[in-house]
Design a protein around this ligand. Structure first.
Ligand code: IMP
Length: 220
């Protein structure tokens, strides 16, 4: 008897930090997770959509067209209330191209110079788009509330993690930034971790399928 092959799922991201988080969240599911590298260099298109969902769909669509396999793409960003929600969908480009993550963090702190703690509220948001050959589209969206720090703390994670104090499930601010948490601790409370759990639940229950289906949207 021939062994059944596990269904493949391509993770459409060039960000190694995100890929690691996504792979870890899908461990144990009946899915073979593939990176873009295994497709021989599919280029991701420019993310010029106005929303996280639009950008995630742009990336997922491009990879699905190139690979013909189910694709998972995410788009995410940091929304700072004192900056009217900036950098939001522009988080990766904040301050222009060529800046390192740490330079972007410092720029953010400069822009918030003099803003008192209670007004430094912010949130990370993430949208995952799962596209399946045949047309099914699934969206999973989640966020984590928190506060922008006064300086950089910690060396884990990526992006704005060193300047973001998240709130736990009980709503209380943690005393560690996202960059001071272990990967497991970050996954438990992060926007992407939460959105990935929605995806995981949908795949495990059959509400989302890698071999067809309709479409759905899940938020928390
Ligand atoms: P994307 O790759 O277009 O989704 O860009 C999202 C940007 O938002 C990243 O480059 C980071 O700057 C920021 N970001 C998203 N998720 C996280 C996170 O978990 N930690 C820190 N920064 C994040």
């Amino acid at each position: 008897m021939q062994a059944r092959r596990r269904p493949a799922l391509v993770v459409a991201t060039g960000n190694p930090g995100k890929r690691k988080e996504i792979e870890a969240a899908l461990v144990g599911l009946d899915v073979e997770v593939l990176g873009l590298d295994s497709l021989g260099g599919v280029a991701l298109p420019e993310e010029n959509g106005g929303t996280y969902a639009h950008n995630a769909l742009i990336k997922a669509r491009a990879v699905l067209d190139a690979a013909g396999l189910p694709v998972l793409a995410d788009d995410s960003g940091l929304e700072v209330d004192a900056l009217n929600g900036e950098p939001g969908v522009y988080s990766a480009r904040f301050g222009g191209p060529g800046l390192s993550d740490r330079q972007r963090c410092r720029l953010l702190l400069e822009r918030l110079d003099g803003v008192p703690d209670p007004q430094r509220s912010a949130r990370f948001r993430a949208v995952l788009a799962l596209l399946v050959p045949g047309g099914a589209v699934y969206l999973f969206e989640a966020g984590v509330e928190g506060r922008i720090a006064r300086d950089l703390r910690g060396s884990g994670g990526f992006g704005y993690d060193p300047v973001f104090y998240p709130r736990g499930d009980d709503g209380r601010l943690l005393s560690k930034t996202m960059a001071q948490l272990t990967p497991e601790e970050k996954n438990r409370i992060s926007h992407r971790g939460r959105a990935l759990r929605l995806l995981r639940r949908a795949l495990a229950s059959g509400a989302a399928a890698l071999d067809g289906g309709n479409c759905c949207q899940a938020r928390n």
